[in-house]
Design a protein around this ligand. Structure first.
Ligand code: NAP
Length: 335
């Protein structure tokens, strides 16, 4: 076992994409485990668009990461030493590991770790995607806010990503016509051929808006919104009376100084119900939702895929891939 812990620390607030000055790779000794603590070896890091929000000094749902602190991230880890009553050596856990090789569990943000069940047919990485934050976000966002009814039309943006790909499949399970919007023909092919979406539109094609209109002959009842900007405007203008907009994310604005999200006049004239949410609102119900997602996965009703980048040193480049669209499904760094 190496005797140092590599850590990516926030060195400067980003402007736009993450440039080399934003995160700094440092090394420190592996922490000594005190009573009430456990040490975990981080195996996989979850790359999430919200990391870009956490880096910015703007009002948000958690405190921004302070300059000089280890960059916050979700991760999957294995306990290698424990003096903590809830964990023993060999336990697999998820939680806010941070971008580092080792996480000390039992204090501050690292107090909230969850022990994972051992399920033979499941890859460890699924606990960061379909059975992790993304699956839960898709589940609660669509079912609690979107309230899908059989025969309705559901549109999902960033549809080939970790959250969108699951939201669309849950829409299919509930009998919706599901139309995805994604940034490449390859992604659209995956959505239609493998995940069973009824249509998928590549928003980078010049005539994508005409293609999109043709794919929604009955208009749109539910918008599972991950992107914002021009894509959201295009969707909002085609909403049906009484539609629901599940405001999950606005990724097109995260790397811009002024997100400037408009197009809300449709909310008024079409009596739309728009509700933003943060997945942390549903923490007390994660266990039941996880069981349902696991059941769907076991029955073959939910498919997931990962884009895995090798090496902790690649973490900053990996975060940028979320904004350039280079990931398909869940983006993970294998430490
Ligand atoms: N509310 C919550 O609690 C919660 C929880 C988790 C995630 N989210 C939100 O859900 C959304 C998806 O997150 P995720 O973790 O599942 O990431 P993801 O979808 O796996 O990755 C992000 C994807 O967004 C697309 N994208 C990036 N910039 C874009 C732009 N300017 N215009 C259009 N598409 C763009 C890219 O795909 P293309 O190739 O298709 O462009 C990229 O692959 C984000 O907005 C995130 O903030 C919210």
């Amino acid at each position: 076992m190496p005797n140092t812990n590599r850590q990516w620390k926030l060195a400067a607030r980003p402007k736009g994409l993450i440039t080399p000055d934003v995160l700094q790779l440092t090394e420190c000794p592996i922490p000594v485990v005190q009573q009430g603590q456990a040490l975990a070896r981080v195996k996989y890091l979850s790359m999430d668009p919200t990391m870009r929000i956490w880096m910015a000094d703007i009002p948000q749902y958690m405190p921004p990461v302070a300059i000089g602190d280890v960059m916050r991230s979700f991760g999957f880890a294995e306990i290698i030493e424990s003096r903590h009553p809830e964990f023993k050596k060999g336990d697999k856990v998820t939680g806010l590991t941070g971008l580092q090789d080792y996480a000390l569990i039992g204090s501050g943000e690292t107090s909230n770790f969850q022990k994972l069940p051992s399920i033979p047919f499941l890859a460890d990485t699924s606990f960061l995607g379909v059975l992790g934050i993304n699956g839960l976000t898709a589940y609660f966002g669509l079912l609690e806010i979107g309230k899908p009814q059989s025969g309705e039309t559901l549109v999902v943006s960033a549809a080939a990503g970790a959250t969108g790909s699951i939201a669309g499949q849950i829409g299919k399970i509930h009998g919706c016509r599901v139309v995805g919007i994604a940034g490449s023909d390859e992604k659209c092919k995956w959505l239609k051929d493998d995940l069973g979406f009824d249509a998928a539109i590549n928003y980078k094609h010049p005539d994508w808006k005409q293609q999109f209109s043709a794919a929604i002959p009955q208009g749109i009842d539910i918008d599972f919104e991950n992107v914002g900007g021009e894509i959201m405007q295009t969707v909002m203008n085609r909403m049906n009376l009484g539609g629901r907009v599940v405001l999950c994310g606005l990724i097109s604005g995260y790397t811009k100084e002024d997100p400037g999200m408009a197009s809300f006049a449709q909310v008024l004239t079409k009596r739309l119900r728009v509700q933003g949410f943060i997945i942390l609102d549903y923490v007390s119900r994660f266990m039941d939702a996880g069981k349902q997602l696991g059941m769907w996965k076991m029955m073959g009703k939910l498919k997931d895929r990962q884009t895995i980048v090798q090496g902790l040193e690649k973490a900053p480049d990996a975060i940028n891939m979320l904004f350039t669209g280079e990931n398909m499904g869940k983006l993970i760094v294998e430490v």
